[in-house]
Design a protein around this ligand. Sequence first.
Ligand code: GLC
Length: 810
Amino acid sequence: MEEQKKETIQEEPNFEGNYIEKFKGVEEQEFYPGELISWKLKKQSLKIYAQHSVLQLSIIDQSILKFRYSNDGYFEDDFSYAIDPEYSYGDARYKFKDQKDYILVRTSVLKCYIYKKNFTIKICNDQDQVIMEDEKGYHWKEEKKYGGDVVITTLKSSPDYKYYSLGDKTGKLNLNGTRRELWGTDCYGYGNETDPVYKNIPFFTGLKDGLGYGIFLDSSFRTFFDFGKERKEALSFWAQGGEMRYYFIYGPNLVDVVKDYTELTGFSPMPPKWALGYHQSKWSYYPESTVRELADNFRSKKIPCDVIHLDIDYMDGYRCFTWDEKRFPNPKKMISDLKKDGFKTIVIIDPGIKIDQYYPVYQQGVHHNYFCTRMDGARFKGSVWPGPCHFPDFTNPEARNWWSGLFSGLVSDGVAGVWNDMNEPAVFEEGSFPRDVRHHYEGHPCSHRKAHNVYGMQMARATYEGLERFNGNERSFTISRSAFAGIQRFSSVWTGDNMATWEHLKIANIQCQRLAASGISFAGSDVGGFIGSPDGELYTRWIQLATFHPFFRTHSSGDHGDKEPWQFDDKYLSIVRRFIELRYELMPYLYTTYWQYAEFGNPMLKSISLAYQNDTETLNREEEFLFGDHILVCPVSEEGATSRNMYLPEGKWVNFWTDEVVIGKTEITVNAPLDQLPLFVKSGSVITMQPKMQYVDEFEPEALTLHVYAAEATTTTLLYEDDGHSKDFERGLSTIRKFIQKTDGVNFSISQTMEGDYQAPYQSFDIVLHAYKGVPKSILVDEQPVHFEQQNNNIKFTVSKQFTMIKFET
Ligand code: GLC
């Protein structure tokens, strides 16, 4: 018994006050709500009383329920950093029934039963299929050291159920059989077994008997998710403090669950288009001559690139908001010259402020009490790059406001975007802040136990708000390493310090798919691996994958040789160039995909299990994913491979490289020589492409190309357009084009509708029709015949961008 205790109760004191707590074992006393006693109805919510707990159940929408439990009858102020303050509640109508054994709360799609005997919950759909069911249900354990409780919910599970999302977790895409922890950690050189990692997204999606749902545990305390690891018939999630507060979101389509979750925690703003271009980074490019040479190399070698990142060595002694004047004597001039050549400059800003009495940022922070303090009031001191530092309390709105103001100098120097790092927060030696560090938490004072997981997000928020303050009508761009649910309102993310190995190429694929299923589509990995040196083949395969990741950046630690594309043999360089060019050619499609994410929360990447949950074979696959709604990507992740096995879900698919048509729901072996990664376009799609460019606004194309993949039924594809950099689209200056393909098996047509006031400068569309059976007798564009050519089984012709109807006559 004594032995067992030692195993289950582990505390690893790092230094005074800083404990890494593990979940305490089952031998500790568990407390339960007891029997249901009474209830009280209110308009949108009801309170249900048990012997020892109260449940507040709110109807957020017909398919979204919110559960809050209190053990003493009092609820905390219902504040959350995750929920979008702009979120508007949906239809909150419900029907209520008090039956002998249970209470039934009914919306138009859900039936929620609360059982009287033990206060457990069961949620069914309107066909009485069980979606989620409590096992032990809500219970708690006392948190003896810090006060409060460890609050736990245990649901029924089975090895057949699938679990996805949960942020940046590594390992298998399906989380069933694993236990995961959310406590943002600087995990340099992490691997498939590492947990926790950088980000804290306490949202998972579940698939049970074909029914998709999601649970968002809205707690910023350290949280845990046990997906059938401890007991395969149970799923538990718990928080080491605060109250049990979670949202249940029903699909049944998983994509709808992710969209609803994204709406709840906030949509991403539209980024400037250049942020979707290719980024080049290293720790660190300096001095100025190196940066200029880097830029020249991109242009002279004709490798498209929009952004150059400056890592910590641009600063004076790692003091944030300063420049090293020897290395960068005239940053404004350098940035403006780079800009003329089509490059945007991004700089890194970390949270640690150097303790230096002559440094204004330090002085202001001390003077206004913006820095985090320990429990007795002393400022918390921790060492990072600059040596001993203090750290702003980003949960204090005044400190955020101050921080935002600090960007005025960098923005006036011409800096276009900011990269926030080390914001887990990371501290050398100790790992992070001690638990007793105090936080403002928006007027809900607390210790670091509650603020740790939101610290990075609030830093990114303050940074984003700073850029917004000084960017005028231009859009802002930030990147963050740490994140909490809702980070997408403020920032893009990257997956941190990965390694130059084939395994990490796979990890990057999983992480980006998982992040996209967690409301965070604007994500990418350090291409080529941050630590170590990839060979030409690995780098090429990574570039190929990242061409289809919304954030596309090569970054490396710099200790292990350089990772600019031209560091690799010409054979690789030409393929790398070709793929970066393809990224730019696909920009209209990618930009539209972003807009669909920003507007509707539609994930930009979709694992095929997410997009095709009813095709059960997809549930066993994890490398194939949809990029946007129309292109299926299957990266090559094995060294030396020239072909690979992959699965195509239901539907008809056209090989992007060969135009070969494959009927889906089939496993195939597809050619994948080094210069190709398997790409398939869904039939019925219209993929809009532009000419290759060296950067997003190098020139205005005269025509865009519509690659029409002939439909077999009626299909609609969207194209979104605006100026790509200003906020004029918010005032109506955008256009949505809809391309509608129709066929009855004999006749075929493509029509276009347009909505909005933005007029892109191009005048015409070059149409390339793929996978069209036969040759039309004539093609009529708005009733006028046009000349067309037939080339390699494709039909090509040009139309005005204002066309409304194209008819193919057979
Ligand atoms: C951290 C970051 C890495 C950066 C380095 C120096 O390790 O994750 O991207 O290059 O710090 O700033």
